[in-house]
Write a protein that binds this ligand. Structure first.
Ligand code: NAD
Length: 213
């Protein structure tokens, strides 16, 4: 206790009213109100981006899947080639066949992958895939070339077939990997295949409009 003062006197000293508070004190007092009004817009923007933003920074409507900006993936480096083979696929007797060949070597994961710096495996490469060489098949080919450039055909993750992690896997755009049989369910005939793959490509932001750009 201060010399010569009762505890009541000391407490009273600190409870004195300030008649003309200095400028900085008044500013400080309104600060909580600023936060009160500023916070809701920030929260709104944060949740808006959380709901709509893809990992690559493009915005996608969760309902209609429309993509604003260009969606890109995390496909590791490799090669995509194609050529015509003079044979018909089951279900497409009137045309030849487009064969796609994907080749991706194993490597080290980049910052966009599940375990950056760790190695990844690449099983079953080169992977051969087939499309009928008709008008719709050629359109799908062109769109798949766009998907390849945007790194959307493959990704790195855990294979649902083998259970292996840190490996190259297909990325939501189905391919037909069997030519004359359909033992895996990824072969012909499949009358809906081209339409289905067009929908899958559209879900990645790849439509005919991309071919006009
Ligand atoms: P995955 O098992 O994680 O599945 C991802 C998607 O690919 C799923 O939609 C699945 O339905 C589809 N898919 C699975 N097997 C497929 C197949 N054989 N052909 C086409 N699509 C298929 O993907 P993943 O690990 O990349 O592929 C599964 C297995 O198929 C792997 O073990 C791979 O080695 C093997 N594979 C081999 C070849 C080949 O030409 N030798 C081609 C394709 C796939």
């Amino acid at each position: 206790p201060q010399k010569g003062k009762t505890p009541e006197e000391v407490v009273k000293k600190y409870l004195q009213k300030v008649r003309n508070p200095p400028e900085e004190v008044r500013k400080y007092c309104v600060l909580p109100f600023c936060f009160l009004f500023a916070l809701p817009p920030f929260l709104f923007i944060y949740f808006f981006l959380y709901l709509f933003m893809n990992e690559d920074g493009s915005l996608q409507c969760p309902t209609c899947k429309t993509i604003y900006g260009v969606k890109t993936g995390t496909q590791p480096p490799g090669k995509m080639e194609y050529h015509i083979i003079p044979h018909s696929l089951p279900g497409h007797p009137d045309c030849k066949t487009i064969r796609l060949i994907y080749n991706i070597p194993p490597g080290i994961q980049g910052p966009e992958h599940p375990n950056p710096g760790k190695s990844f495996t690449a099983r079953g490469f080169p992977r051969h895939c087939y499309l009928p060489d008709n008008e719709k098949g050629r359109k799908v080919l062109k769109l798949l070339l766009v998907a390849w450039d945007r790194r959307l055909i493959f990704t790195i993750g855990t294979s649902s077939t083998t259970g292996e992690s840190d490996t190259v896997i297909w990325n939501e755009v189905h391919h037909k990997t069997e030519f004359g049989s359909n033992l895996t369910g990824h072969g012909f005939p499949d009358p809906n295949y081209l339409d289905n793959v067009l929908v899958e490509l559209a879900a990645q932001g790849i439509t005919e409009e991309c071919l006009r750009e």
